[in-house]
Design a protein around this ligand. Structure first.
Ligand code: NDP
Length: 324
């Protein structure tokens, strides 16, 4: 089968499409003919060598497709099922082995591209809003990279709960997208001091929660945007890692909470995955949640997709078309 692989960490040039043996499903696993694979920023950390991998490695963690083999004699899945998944390493490939507890049957009303696009970024937004910090109606929340894949979904989920969303973005086009997704205010953090602007917008009340996936360039400002006992969810580092930090500062800044969550810990069981997927897909089916697929690439163009997302030019979701 064809798969987009790396043999070492590095820039996008290390990503090449190779012919490799088709894997097999062991008990508890499904073998899926991949239709769509999602591009996520974590793929960049893995490709670049920031997150170590065993080489050669097939990239990708998410997708949708059709079950072609079931590893267990007894299973909730059968050959022919349309499934989508999050956290299945090796998803940039014609066939993907998916652990059953990371797979979800695609609802009939949902197209396969939307299903693939929703999984990793949508479930991340779901756990951030429902499990990391439960913002209340009327609270202010700051969402960095608000027009990105996770960002656009976070804005919608927070708005639906009555939370007042302040977004940050790096272009006028992204500003429009974030507003359309429910942000009440959108700050150009490439041009303005966002912490100062947040103080102005909130009349010095600041935010109950900050969702920061940018890291190095935003972390200090994010701390300054928080109200007393506010929560900073540092869930990514697209601009680089946050340097070591003195916990005593959280006291001085107002008994703040800082957490560094990962989706893998919030979809630990099939029950948890099914709960999050059930809620998310019902919002998608009723059109209350929109998944914005901004670009689609062939598997052979995975390198270009990586260059695009790293360049900060993209918004919403990028997908690889694998088959079908
Ligand atoms: P995005 O579509 O949000 O792309 C990344 C965005 O980050 C860019 O569009 C850009 O938005 C912003 N950015 C700011 N500074 C930089 C920089 N120096 N280089 C590149 N981008 C920059 O990606 P995803 O939606 O896939 O992921 C968003 C973040 O969430 C990532 O950090 C990812 O690792 C994290 N994540 C974490 C998870 C977890 O469970 N912990 C799970 C899923 C994602 P702008 O141009 O507006 O600045």
């Amino acid at each position: 089968m064809r798969a987009a692989q790396i043999f070492q960490g590095g820039n996008a040039d290390v990503l090449t499409v190779s012919e490799i043996p088709t894997p097999e499903a062991s008990p508890g696993q499904l073998l899926v003919k991949t239709v769509w694979a999602g591009i996520n920023y974590i793929d960049i950390y893995q490709r670049s060598g920031k997150y170590p991998m065993d080489y050669p490695a097939t990239l990708g963690l998410e997708g949708s497709g059709e079950v072609v083999a079931v590893g267990s004699k007894e299973s909730n899945f059968k050959i022919g099922d349309r499934v989508c998944w999050a956290w299945a390493p090796g998803s940039y490939a014609e066939f993907t082995v998916v652990n059953e507890d990371k797979a979800f049957k695609v609802p009939n009303e949902v197209a396969m591209d939307v299903a693939a696009a929703a999984m990793l970024q949508g479930l991340t937004a779901h756990y951030l809003v429902n499990s990391v910090h439960k913002a209340q109606a009327g609270d202010f929340a700051l969402v960095h990279a608000a027009a990105g894949g996770v960002g656009l979904i976070l804005c919608q989920m927070l708005k639906a709960k009555g939370v007042r969303v302040i977004g940050t973005v790096s272009s006028a086009k992204k500003q429009e997208l974030a507003m359309a997704a429910g942000a009440e205010f959108v700050i150009r953090y490439d041009q303005e001091d966002f912490a100062k602007k947040v103080a102005e917008i909130t009349q010095d009340k600041r935010c109950q929660v900050v969702y920061d996936s940018v890291g190095a360039t935003t972390f200090e400002g994010s701390l300054n945007c928080l109200a007393i006992r506010g929560t900073l969810a540092l869930f990514g580092s697209s601009s680089g890692a946050v340097p070591p930090f003195d916990l005593q500062r959280l006291n001085a800044l107002g008994s703040l909470v800082v957490t560094r969550p990962s989706l893998a810990n919030f979809i630990q069981t099939a029950e948890e995955l099914n709960w999050r997927c059930g809620e998310m897909f019902s919002e998608i089916i009723s059109s209350r949640l929109e998944i914005d697929i901004s670009n689609r690439y062939e598997l052979a163009d995975a390198k270009q997709a990586h260059l695009d997302i790293e360049s900060r030019a993209t918004s919403g979701k990028l997908l690889l078309k694998i088959s079908g």
